[in-house]
Design a binder for this molecule. Structure first.
Ligand SMILES: Cc1cc2nc3c(=O)[nH]c(=O)nc-3n(C[C@H](O)[C@H](O)[C@H](O)COP(=O)(O)OP(=O)(O)OC[C@H]3O[C@@H](n4cnc5c(N)ncnc54)[C@H](O)[C@@H]3O)c2cc1C
Length: 508
């Protein structure tokens, strides 16, 4: 192809199964670019732990690309300005990238880049990299589309690129410019011990690279996946027994298609029926990843507005300012000092490691929403900063589901006491993260569980019983519901009657 291409890396930090990269290999000249965008660094969801992980990924990615004769430039600035500057050195005619389903700032940036491309006569092509479908009219048949995409052959790594463009032709060291540090970017990551005696580990993030991602995947499919369905809910077992692929999927060091195909192959070939059974449970969750992202793609406002508008204004922080007492409850939750040991242990693990299993994430949110009666936006921003795997579509959908603001899902209220008994009967996990429990250093519970829950349920059930709420639920189900998509029911829903259940809540 007589074209010169700029491959714009975003949340796809890999060389395998990378359509934009493969396409650029057919062009006469190519360069690769990663932009560290101030809009991201300044966004309320960004934490230095995300940036540190990104920089580690870029380190190995640029080496892998340099070996293919493709320089990866890393620039700091807003995308249109960076592209204008770059075009003075390299007059690219094509921009290749993956589609992104991100927060508002990335949506605005994509619109600015589209305008820039039109103004400069650059042809911008984007490829999907998950099961998310752009401009989807209707959810019917969505699961079938997901399957087709994920079963399609993955894209081979290009053999190599032609000489870099003239101004870039130089030694390998020119291909490997020094990356900025956190300090250069004006970021500091205070790894000071968490708030109490002996937080056991700090800053323990999984290794960040495409190679590490493949190792994590293989170790899960071969060994760690055995017992997945049992280990998933326990904070003690999940650290090892879950796949731990979420950060890799969020930063794109692995493609969803690679994970799906490797999982299906492992299910077919493993001699262990138990492992195959567990991996089938895991395979179902991969579909949920894209199902939730699709909700944000279809309705970008869910990152800051309730799915069900009939619940607007229900809690403080939803269109109203938080009062001092609300702020105090929020601070106690964020700092892991609520006086509920399971809640505090989970929050401290999350802050220290950047990861927590699904059940405990749901419990933290349920506690903020029902026990502390806080709107989901502020707690959601705090959690987004803590989760290394922050994925906006999953995150905001889950924040709303666990807070009871989707209008369609069963109200699930997690009791921290029951969770401690079920998931940590010997108290090992709690003692690990809350070593001061039982001493005067540990606070008394900040709310009375029984009366807080009774009040929360009363308000929510009263709202859900109104004709307006029932009418709205139908429309939400129509637009976002998983049944229309053709997704198989999840474990919980399979046991219950219906996801549109507007009646009884359940205490987990
Ligand atoms: C309030 C809340 C916020 C969440 N925010 C995020 C987030 O920002 N990013 C994120 O990746 N996950 C999020 N999750 C979903 C889930 O907790 C994580 O995907 C999971 O804990 C990651 O660990 P793992 O990769 O070892 O998961 P595994 O159990 O090994 O699952 C494999 C993959 O399947 C997908 N997956 C698993 N469970 C879910 C689910 N319930 N919904 C959607 N996809 C799922 C993820 O991509 C995950 O990496 C959130 C859950 C809750 C309750």
């Amino acid at each position: 192809m007589s074209a010169s291409a700029l491959v714009w890396f975003k949340r796809d930090l890999r060389i395998a199964d990378h359509a934009p990269l493969a396409e650029a290999a057919h062009c006469e000249a190519a360069l690769a670019l990663y932009i560290i965008e101030p809009a991201w660094l300044e966004s309320p969801e960004c934490h230095p732990r995300h940036v540190a992980w990104l920089l580690e990924c870029l380190e190995t990615l640029r080496i892998a690309l340099a070996k293919k004769n493709l320089p990866l430039l890393v620039r700091v600035g807003e995308a249109p300005e960076v592209m204008t500057g770059l075009r003075r050195e390299f007059a690219f005619t094509h921009l290749f990238s993956h589609e992104e389903t991100g927060p508002g700032w990335s949506y605005a940036r994509d619109k600015a880049v589209a305008r820039w491309c039109r103004a400069h006569g650059v042809a911008w092509t984007e490829w999907p990299q998950t099961g998310v479908v752009r401009r989807l009219k209707d959810r019917r048949g969505w699961a079938r589309l997901w399957q087709q995409r994920m079963d399609a052959p993955s894209i081979p790594v290009p053999a190599g690129f032609r000489e870099p463009p003239h101004s870039r032709r130089a030694s390998l060291s020119d291909m490997l410019p020094t990356l900025p540090t956190l300090h250069d970017l004006g970021l500091a990551w205070d790894a000071a011990p968490l708030n109490t005696v002996g937080a056991p580990e700090t800053r323990r993030a999984p290794p960040a690279s495409e190679e590490a991602a493949h190792q994590v995947l293989q170790s899960f499919l071969r060994e760690r996946g055995l017992g997945y369905r049992r280990h998933l809910s326990s904070p003690l077992d999940a650290e090892e027994g879950c796949s731990r692929l979420s950060a890799h999927l969020a930063f794109g060091t692995l493609s969803m298609r690679t994970v799906h195909q490797a999982t299906e192959a492992a299910i077919q070939t493993t001699p262990s029926r138990e492992l195959a059974y567990d991996l089938r449970g895991f395979a179902g969750r991969l579909r949920w990843h894209c199902h939730f992202m699709q909700k944000l793609e279809d309705e970008p406002s869910i990152e800051w507005r309730n799915f069900a508008r009939t619940v607007d204004g229900l809690r403080p922080g939803d269109g109203t300012e938080l009062q001092d007492a609300d702020r105090e409850r929020l601070a106690a939750w964020c700092e892991g000092r609520t006086g509920f040991p399971m809640v505090d242990a989970c929050m401290r693990q999350l802050r220290a490691t950047g990861w927590l299993n699904f059940r405990m994430r749901a419990m933290l949110v349920s506690f903020a929403a029902y026990h502390l009666w806080l709107h989901w936006r502020e707690p959601g921003l705090f959690l987004a900063r803590q989760f290394l795997d922050f994925e906006p579509g999953i995150h905001w959908s889950q924040m709303q589901m666990q807070s009871g603001t989707t209008g369609i899902n069963t109200l699930r209220i997690y009791s921290p006491t029951k969770q401690a008994l079920d998931q940590d009967p010997q108290g090992l996990y709690i003692r690990r993260w809350v070593p001061e429990l039982g001493t005067s250093a540990y606070p008394a519970p900040i709310v009375d569980e029984r009366s807080a829950l009774a009040e929360a349920k009363r308000k929510l059930y009263a709202l859900r019983a109104t004709p307006e709420a029932k009418g709205e639920a139908g429309a939400i189900q129509q637009k976002h519901g998983s049944r229309r998509s053709g997704l198989p029911p999840s474990g919980v829903r399979a046991r219950k009657t219906s996801s549109a259940d507007l009646g009884q809540g359940s205490l987990f």
